[in-house]
Write a protein that binds this ligand. Structure first.
Ligand SMILES: [Zn+2]
Length: 285
């Protein structure tokens, strides 16, 4: 009797063991666990140079560099979006300075009402005389605020000129022109600008290298939209209707007395009818 009970107990124990070994949870596997988001992104740089050291580093690195190019499309400067899709980036410069510090309310109101996204390149001098207008546009997520320099000086390592404006004379001045206004914008918006467009859009090839180390991308254009706010509405319409997919179009928002607003208001519905959508530069970062 005792022997048969022992056999039954042994059989039960063995069966229990086999059942457990088949159904036990696998080790180190959790199929439902999501992959943490940060593991799918690029690692952040581990070394960050302090701003005061970065200035000295850039001055040393480029002190003997002689720029070879002076252009609106210097090597390292972005001129179009990386897409063949039917999208266009409307970019508006706010240049600043005497006679250039206007605010084109008609243009901005049109973009707002029609929900047309745009990238606005804001200069430090324009910002100083348009504080209220800046707050208004910066608060609207339709608009991307980017940097058009501190004093509207073209970006040069050795004082090249464009349109009779003498460029920055050295690397230190270049950094001031690029970075002081970016810091001002960041202090007002809480967001560091991604892009810098030089005054007149002319740069040498040193400029985008310095910008890159400061954390910015230099952007120019591939469609001259209003030629410094000198085009008529009809001329603006003509050049914008010929813009290729992915174009970066340069226009101005600081000359309300000129025809830029009228031209943009005429051509935007036609471009939409032709299947174009409007995007911001930051959409393609
Ligand atoms: Zn400008």
């Amino acid at each position: 009797m005792k022997k048969s009970l022992l056999i039954i107990l042994t059989v039960v124990l063995l069966l229990t063991f086999f059942w457990w070994s088949k159904n036990k949870p696998a080790k180190n596997v959790s199929p439902a666990a999501p992959i943490p988001a940060q593991t799918t992104q690029e690692a952040l740089p581990t070394e960050k140079i302090a701003p005061e050291n970065l200035r000295a580093k850039l001055q040393t690195e480029f002190q003997h560099a002689t720029p070879k190019v002076w252009s609106e499309q210097a090597p390292g400067v972005e001129t179009k979006l990386p897409t063949q899709n039917k999208v266009l980036a409307l970019t508006f410069d706010a240049c600043g300075g005497t006679g250039s510090d206007g605010y084109d309310a008609k243009l901005i109101d049109f973009l707002t009402e029609e929900k047309i996204p745009a990238t606005l390149f804001i200069n430090g001098q324009w910002l100083a005389t348009n504080a209220d207008n800046f707050q208004k546009i910066a608060a609207d997520p339709l608009f991307e605020i980017e940097n058009h320099g501190t004093n509207h000086i073209p970006c040069s390592a050795n004082g090249h000129s464009a349109y009779n404006i003498t460029g920055t004379k050295n690397i230190s001045a270049m950094i001031d022109e690029m970075d002081l206004n970016a810091q001002k914008i960041e202090s007002l918006t809480g967001k560091k600008p991604l892009f810098y467009r030089s005054a007149t859009a002319f740069t040498d090839e040193i400029c985008p290298q310095v910008a890159h180390q400061l954390g910015y991308t230099v952007v120019s254009f591939n469609v001259l939209g209003d030629a410094g706010a000198t085009y008529s509405a009809a001329q603006i319409e003509k050049v914008l209707l010929a813009a290729p997919p992915g174009a970066i179009i340069i226009l101005h928002m600081n000359h309300p007395e000129k025809d830029t607003a009228e031209g943009v208001m005429q051509v935007v519905p036609k471009l939409q009818k032709a299947g174009f959508k409007f995007v911001k530069l930051e959409d393609y970062r």
